[in-house]
Write a protein that binds this ligand. Structure first.
Ligand SMILES: [Ca+2]
Length: 304
């Protein structure tokens, strides 16, 4: 019950890929995928009225699944929203609350040394008791010190970063955000993991897609139920997309990022079909908070 309450608390809309039919009764442990976008607004999808209709995969997913237009995130900011999703508890209880200006862990850049309490029970910890294998791909944002990282909080695997991809920073005074593969730091944003601030080009969404698909394939082959928490951050400022998507949207660079995410969602759903697990897998798609002006085509410069 705690699982469901956390989902209903945090989703402003959700789409269930598989039908709630007799198929589910055939398995006691359906796979669960939560696709959590970063700062993506509800109005960015064709199914919810975006006129350029550049999200065909998500629109199709909505048509085949269920929409929950009255579910809301627990907070309009990354960390408390994510903490609420993963704990099922309101920000004021899970320790991530208020706004940037008065934050206690509510936004976790390098300067904030707090993180998720060890007393909190996260979704992957609950699912582990039922034999699930869990992976987070992308942004964590519940604390960057070693004791707060995903593998210390129930996840079996992680590919991504503890914080936002803000930067580039001066590496000697304020280092760029690290990128991890499990407990191994692979490099840093803007250094080994390129994000071109001028062109908006980055392959990060592509990497996150491949990591997610690889995890799904491995767990399916091993016949283990899995929980994939897929949390790319391409729609968080500074927005980025890979070369095949840059310049393709009618909505500028932000739209390019949305198009690549939509493509990635479609690709993940395709793999569920290829692997024959589309009817044994719940797929939820949502955003951690609503649209941010700073993520727009001009990064908020028209809205001062
Ligand atoms: Ca966010």
């Amino acid at each position: 019950m705690r699982v469901m309450s956390s989902l209903t608390l945090s989703l402003f809309f959700s789409i269930i890929c598989c039908s709630l039919t007799e198929k589910l009764s055939n398995t006691s442990s359906p796979n669960i995928i939560i696709m959590l976008m970063d700062d993506m607004g509800w109005g960015d999808l064709g199914v919810l009225g975006q006129p350029s209709k550049e999200t065909p995969n998500l629109d199709a997913m909505a048509a085949q699944g269920m929409l929950f237009p009255n579910f809301y995130t627990a907070n309009p900011l990354c960390s408390p929203s994510r903490a609420a999703l993963l704990t099922g508890r309101l920000p004021v209880r899970n320790g991530f609350y208020t706004t940037n200006g008065h934050a206690r862990n509510a936004y976790t850049p390098q300067e904030i040394v707090g993180g998720i309490s060890k007393d909190e029970m996260l979704l992957p910890q609950i699912m582990k008791k039922k034999g699930y294998v869990s992976k987070i791909v992308g942004k964590w944002h519940l604390g960057h010190r070693p004791q707060y990282l995903p593998l210390k909080n129930g996840f079996d695997e992680w590919f991504g970063a503890p914080d936002c991809h803000f930067g580039p920073y001066n590496s000697s005074i304020r280092p760029n955000i690290p990128v991890y593969n499990n407990s191994e730091m692979l490099g840093r944003y803007y250094e080994e993991f390129k994000i071109d601030r001028k062109t908006g080009e980055s392959n990060l969404t592509r990497m996150y897609l491949l990591e997610g698909v690889d995890f799904i394939r491995r767990q399916t082959e091993a016949q283990r139920p899995f929980f994939l928490y897929w949390a790319p951050d391409a729609t968080h400022a500074p927005v980025y997309a890979s070369k095949p998507f840059l310049g393709k949207s009618q909505r500028g660079r932000y739209g390019d990022a949305v198009m690549e995410l939509d493509y990635s969602v479609g690709h993940i759903l395709l793999w569920l079909k290829r692997l024959g697990i589309e009817n044994d897998t719940f797929v939820f798609f949502t955003s951690d908070n609503g649209a941010a002006l700073m993520s727009g085509p001009n990064e908020g410069k028209h809205y001062k």
